[in-house]
Design a protein around this ligand. Structure first.
Ligand code: ATP
Ligand code: MG
Length: 334
């Protein structure tokens, strides 16, 4: 059975890492068909719109998109494309796996965890941001809902269950921020009761930061509110060697978008130097989402084996390979 996905080639190094990723997906025999759609600067030039309706329609129809990094022009009052995609499709869970890879400059060797960040509410709502006329006082509103908390915590538990993971840690600050963080924690406890086979742990966010840095191997799945998730997921990417190896998924009820966490890297764009692994790992997440667990595992193992052999690694990983040479080395190990 073939499945059509929307492919957004993106800006900067986007097209290069997408070419490499699609090349490998074809070798893998994932049976995917690609519907290309523009977004970002490429779309602004062609359609006069950073996120054209045809692109949104394509994602809505296919329900799954693989997306390279996009440039949101500074100034001109453009809303970040990622933020508008998140809003448009109500992509409520931001899912970021972090795994230790061989031959990276990371501090740890045995990390294998997933952070699940609530993506639609909390401190990121746009209403209620006020600075007083005299500029002396600023106020912002944080809103947490039962619905928003429930669906993201449930997603984290379902993810844990589907992947044979043992523990879900809810990270909060309910001791101080009793209203919003308190509601999130209360709902997390209720949802946890539906999953007696999975260990449930609660951790205050400051302690979670210390534990992540000192003993990251104790974590399995972490679920938390928007702002804490933003910070913790970058911390976790740093634990395994930085953004070049970090993928992320934005999951909603009706659509899911898979991407690399890093940006467009204009400094190396067009030079064949970009490391395609983050986008490839996003493709691994996508295959899992599509129910292709075997292909996902084959691809992940091929990436690990290539890094282990230091075969054609790109410059950021200490090698001299080009994006496409690295991709071919990975493809040869499928
Ligand atoms: P943007 O404005 O789109 O975020 P950026 O320059 O901030 O662009 P980042 O992705 O945040 O891009 O990159 C920060 C640094 O990491 C840059 O020096 C970039 O070259 C490097 N980098 C990012 N992604 C990769 C990659 N996939 N391969 C190699 N180097 C990368
Ligand atoms: Mg950046």
């Amino acid at each position: 059975m073939t499945q059509t996905i929307t492919v957004i080639r993106g800006d900067g190094i986007g097209p290069e890492i997408m070419d490499a990723t699609l090349f490998i997906l074809d070798k893998l025999g994932a049976g995917l068909q690609y519907e290309e759609a523009d977004a970002g600067v490429a779309a602004l030039e062609k359609h006069g719109d950073l996120m054209p309706k045809v692109t949104l329609d394509s994602i809505a129809k296919n329900k799954v998109a693989l997306k390279s990094p996009l440039t949101t022009p500074v100034g001109g009052g453009f809303t970040s494309i990622n933020v508008s995609l998140r809003r448009h499709f109500d992509l409520y869970a931001n899912v970021r796996p972090v795994v230790s890879f061989p031959n990276t400059k990371s501090r740890y060797e045995n990390i294998d965890m997933i952070t699940v960040r609530e993506n639609t509410e909390g401190a990121y709502i746009s209403e209620g941001q006020e600075v007083s006329a005299d500029g002396e006082t600023a106020v912002s509103i944080t809103r947490v809902t039962r619905k928003g908390s429930e669906r993201v915590v449930r997603y984290a538990f379902e993810l844990a269950k589907a992947n044979g993971r043992k523990k879900v840690t809810a990270v909060h600050k309910a001791n101080i921020i009793k209203s919003t963080s308190g509601l999130f924690l209360k709902v997390a406890r209720e949802v946890a009761a539906d999953y007696p086979e999975i260990e449930f742990q609660e951790m205050i966010v400051d302690n979670a930061c210390m534990q992540l840095v000192m003993r990251p191997e104790q974590f399995d799945v972490v679920v938390t509110t928007n702002l804490f998730g933003d910070i913790l997921s970058d911390l976790c990417a740093g634990l395994v060697g930085g953004l070049g190896l970090a993928p992320g998924a934005n999951i909603g009820k009706d659509a899911a978008i898979f991407e690399a966490v890093h940006g467009t890297a204009p400094d190396i764009a067009g030079q064949g130097k970009a490391n395609p692994v983050a986008l490839l790992l996003a493709a691994v997440q996508m295959l899992e989402h599509l129910g292709q667990q075997d292909n996902a595992e084959r691809l992940r193992k091929a990436i690990v084996a290539t890094m282990d052999a230091k075969d054609s690694l790109t410059g950021d990983l200490g090698g001299t390979g080009s994006t496409m040479e690295f991709a071919k080395a990975i493809a040869s190990r499928l």
